[in-house]
Design a protein around this ligand. Structure first.
Ligand SMILES: NC(=O)c1ccc[n+]([C@@H]2O[C@H](COP(=O)([O-])OP(=O)(O)OC[C@H]3O[C@@H](n4cnc5c(N)ncnc54)[C@H](OP(=O)(O)O)[C@@H]3O)[C@@H](O)[C@H]2O)c1
Length: 326
């Protein structure tokens, strides 16, 4: 790999815009091309962000020799198909979360990465957030003793959104769980591992979209109480409670800039200001892995993505979340 890493952007929507703003912070990144289903839209995005190549189909970007790694930023439903097309064309892939909509899709993705000997990572940006990394290290070193209770949520009011949007269109794998519930589930998994049992209850829009989900994950010595929803705003302060103290990841916890630890009646603040808007750190990890010729990150492995989708699948089974295309 050259000193510069050549990126291609697939699906120039909301998150792709933020991603490109972060890519521009890297001296060793070239944004080579952007692909949309519409050439005019790709050209508009390329002009706005000074990207040399604009493609009117995703396939043209995948077959362009100048591109090393693609960022897939389409609605969930298309992640698997597009990431596999890219890997079959020999591209490394950073794919938005969730990597696939179910276990079978994530298995196929991991298999394709192995077969094509390319790098694949789920863009689970919170895993690379400096506050979350430092909090995990402190917890693993025993700062708050043994965790007995964890509380995390992710909710924003979205009931006024368009029913055709990816949040509310069942054909695009709509609902809060895969979009934002994935974050509290990730935090419980990161700090407590896979639970022994899961309880979950959801409520639904008349079109079948899951609107909010409450979950309890049980472990031998602890419980995690988790929530996601489009029905209200939540404060998004995550609490991790142990036998020797408490650790609070401050709002919005999934993109935190600080956390605090309360022990023996004293509170200590740990600040980790973000560079860029927070997506910076997953890009840094991709660059590091590509320069080391790795096919997966050791911070968020293929097995981690498989475990995470297993948890999502179990919650869906317990609470009755189904998609029409499965
Ligand atoms: N990491 C984060 O913080 C974060 C935040 C938001 C979203 N995400 C993830 O990123 C992905 C995209 O989210 P987003 O909010 O950016 O989505 P979005 O703006 O609604 O859509 C992104 C792009 O997907 C393309 N697309 C391809 N097929 C489509 C279809 N059938 N319907 C609609 N769009 C289609 C469109 O680009 P063209 O038509 O130009 O090809 C569209 O601009 C999701 O999987 C989501 O979970 C991550």
């Amino acid at each position: 790999m050259d000193a510069k890493i050549n990126w291609g952007i697939v699906g120039p929507g909301n998150i792709a815009t933020k991603f490109v703003e972060n890519l521009k912070l890297f001296n060793d990144a070239n944004i080579m091309g952007v692909a949309s289903r519409s050439l005019a839209k790709a050209q508009e995005f390329s002009k706005l962000h000074h990207i040399p190549h604009a493609f009117g189909s995703y396939g043209e970007l995948f077959s362009n020799d100048a591109v090393d790694v693609v960022y897939i930023a389409t609605p969930h439903r298309f992640h698997k198909e597009l990431a596999i097309q890219a890997m079959e064309a020999g591209k490394h892939v950073l794919c938005e979360k969730p990597l696939g909509v179910n276990r079978k899709e994530v298995e196929q993705l991991v298999e394709s990465a192995r077969k094509n000997n390319v790098f694949l990572m789920e863009a689970l940006w919170s895993r690379f957030n400096p506050s979350i990394r430092a909090a995990k290290q402190h917890i693993d070193e025993g700062m708050i003793g043994e965790i007995t209770y964890l509380n995390a949520d992710f909710a924003f009011y979205a009931l006024d959104r368009d029913e055709q949007s990816r949040l509310f269109n069942p054909e695009l794998a709509s609902g809060s769980l895969l979009d934002i519930g994935i974050y509290p589930i990730f935090l419980a998994y990161l700090l407590l591992g896979k639970p022994d049992d899961i309880h979950a209850v959801s409520s639904f829009h008349p079109n079948g979209t899951e609107l909010q989900t409450s979950m309890i994950f049980t472990y031998p010595k602890s419980q995690a109480v988790l929530f996601s929803g489009f029905t209200c705003n939540s404060q998004m302060k995550a609490g991790i409670f142990g036998t020797d103290g408490e650790l609070y990841i401050h709002p919005r916890w999934h993109q935190a800039q600080e956390f605090s630890v309360v022990k023996n009646g004293k509170e200590e603040l740990y600040k980790h200001p973000l560079q860029g808007n927070g997506l910076f750190y997953e890009i840094e990890e991709v660059h590091k892995c590509l320069k080391e010729h790795k096919t997966e990150s050791s911070l968020w492995t293929h097995q981690n993505s498989l475990d995470l989708v297993d948890l999502l699948d179990t919650v869906r089974r317990k609470s009755g979340i189904v998609f029409p295309f499965e």
